[in-house]
Write a protein that binds this ligand. Structure first.
Ligand code: ZN
Length: 174
């Protein structure tokens, strides 16, 4: 993410201001407003049906791996509502038994605070959204095409500790 240099309200250049706790944050003197470098919250959801898990691939991904349903939390939404909405938008699956697991910071994108959930579905038919290249069921007792270091890979391993990750060759500049 680009570092914020100007005030998004008035356009004035931001300066560093010392706060009472000793930290320094960017400040607009005209608006008297402190801009904290806040993370952007998102959810990531492991959806299972018996011994299967839904994996997804975003259309813009250049690496060969798959991930889990994920998406940004919108204003006014709880993380749980985001989880239900994103799973439905991306796959048309309706989930139940939604449980929060833990939170992660992506090593590929450190401004992303990811709140991980697991959920069950009784639906089998996936209708992927247009934004996805693909979304389908994978058997949990077979090696999964996931990066073990990705947040998605870590979430799946947390829920199913014996899971194996397939080591795939990175595709060259697709
Ligand atoms: Zn301003």
């Amino acid at each position: 993410m680009d570092e914020r240099k100007y005030c998004c309200f008035c356009g004035k250049k931001l300066v560093l201001k010392a706060l009472s706790d000793g930290s320094e944050e960017k400040f607009c003197a005209k608006c008297n407003y402190v801009f904290f470098d806040a993370p952007s919250p998102a959810v990531i959801v492991m959806v299972t049906n018996r011994n299967r898990v839904v994996l997804t691939r975003a259309a813009e991904w250049k690496h060969p791996y798959w991930g889990l349903v994920s998406g940004h939390i919108m204003l006014g939404e709880t993380a749980e509502q985001t989880a239900v909405r994103e799973v439905y938008e991306e796959t048309r699956l309706r989930i139940r038994d939604l449980k929060i697991l833990k939170t992660y910071v992506s090593k590929y994108q450190d401004d992303l605070l990811m709140i991980a959930f697991k959920a069950e579905t009784r639906d089998s038919t996936i209708e992927k959204s247009e934004e996805l290249e693909d979304a389908k069921w994978f058997e949990l007792n077979e090696p999964l095409p996931m990066r073990s270091t990705s947040v998605a890979g870590q979430v799946v391993r947390l829920v199913s500790p014996r899971i194996q990750h397939l080591d795939l060759k990175e595709r060259e500049n697709r």
